[in-house]
Design a protein around this ligand. Structure first.
Ligand code: SIN
Ligand code: CO
Length: 374
């Protein structure tokens, strides 16, 4: 993507300008971000997705002033009638299930893939909404069908209402209000308070991001480092030939503390171990994702990544779906191109080494990639 090219998606800003001025900083309202937008998912298709096992869905209802939340899957008859006001069905990760939605999400890849999470679709009956709240992550709210009234504010008081199953702000103080029509889009930075209420039946697409939490990331990386360290042959045991007899047996020996510190330092000192663990973690498929084995075969045509595949790279590796590979030279260039563009033409593949072709073929075999004819 040319990050210096003004985009109607960003109201005429270039991705570079958007990131500098708005990302994690301030909202942006874009009228007709996608002109003549035709939503790729019909209401009936969304309801069918919400009925599937392995698709995360929620139903939020406001009835007689009380918020109710239920988790899917939902059979159609478990959803309220369309004429009934004030309910919302939210379906997470639609990009994993629909190629057109996945393609729509690719327009936001001026943000690093490591930060992109999923595309959620909400369907609301008239008056439906999830209450005034804030999210911890950035979000682009793209109006797909019908109209939604958004009220937003830089709320200081983020206290939540007690005793309800949803995160709803106790004292919402909106500062601005907009009605979004199909194709309009609102970007909100993390923790910006918002409340969207459907004016008639409406569907909203949320392009959501993820940001690792420091503690969770440390935990994930340490588990992977420990697995790597455990793979290194026979375990090296703590030895204490010089240990003296102790009158206070419960005291932990200082030598054992040093051994522990050294164990961690050694695990971290392995070249590239942290980089590898991070790439594997970031490309790990979501728990609900499984791949159908495809057909291997010779790469005479191009290749494209499956929409569920996560592929990234760093200076020394390429990562795909939680696996890492050392890559250098021409093959690395090619694999990086595949990760960035999510496809390689037959012409590009013609330059691949036999090893790279074999790897690509095994990915096709696993259903991570598919043969692609331009
Ligand atoms: C919705 O689409 O109803 C809710 C999206 C949000 O407020 O984050
Ligand atoms: Co929100």
């Amino acid at each position: 993507m040319d990050i210096q090219q003004p985009l109607s998606l960003l109201g005429g800003l270039t991705p570079a300008q958007f990131m500098r001025r708005h990302w994690q900083k301030k909202p942006l309202l874009v009228r007709q971000a996608i002109p003549q937008f035709t939503p790729p998912v019909l209401r009936s298709e969304l309801f069918a997705l919400a009925a599937q096992e392995g698709v995360e869905s929620r139903l939020v209802q406001l009835a007689k002033g009380a918020w109710k939340l239920r988790h899917g899957p939902f059979q159609r008859r478990a959803l309220p009638a369309l004429q009934q006001p004030d309910w919302t069905l939210l379906v997470q990760g639609v990009d994993l299930h629909n190629d057109a939605v996945h393609a729509l999400m690719q327009q936001f890849r001026f943000v690093p893939e490591a930060r992109l999470d999923d595309l959620m679709i909400s369907y609301a009956s008239p008056g439906g909404g999830v209450g005034p709240h804030f999210d911890s992550y950035d979000v682009f709210l793209l109006q797909a069908h019908g109209r939604r009234r958004w009220r937003i504010g830089r709320q200081k008081d983020l206290t939540l209402r007690d005793g309800i199953p949803l995160k709803v702000l106790a004292q919402f103080e909106p500062e601005e209000e907009f009605v979004l029509e199909p194709g309009d889009m609102l970007y909100l930075p993390p923790r910006y308070a918002h409340d969207g209420i459907a004016e008639g039946e409406c569907m909203t697409y949320s392009i959501g991001f993820r940001a690792p939490a420091r503690a969770e990331l440390a935990q994930e990386l340490l588990v992977r480092l420990a697995e790597d360290a455990a793979d290194e042959g026979s375990p090296l045991l703590y030895r204490d030939a010089q240990q003296e007899a102790v009158p206070q047996p419960a005291a932990i020996p200082a030598g054992l503390q040093d051994f522990a510190r050294d164990a961690l330092a050694r695990a971290l000192a392995q070249p590239l171990v942290l980089e590898r663990a991070l790439g594997e973690y970031l490309t790990e498929p979501k728990p609900s994702v499984w791949f159908q084995p495809g057909d291997a075969g010779v790469m005479l045509e191009g290749v494209r990544l499956d929409r569920r595949s996560r592929m990234m790279y760093d200076t020394h590796h390429v990562f795909i779906n939680g696996e890492s590979y050392r890559a250098a030279g021409r093959d690395a260039t090619l694999m990086r191109r595949l990760a960035d563009e999510r496809r390689l033409s037959a012409r590009e593949l013609a330059r691949a080494s036999d090893d790279a072709l074999e790897l690509l073929s095994s990915w096709c075999d696993a259903g991570w990639a598919h043969v692609w004819a331009e």
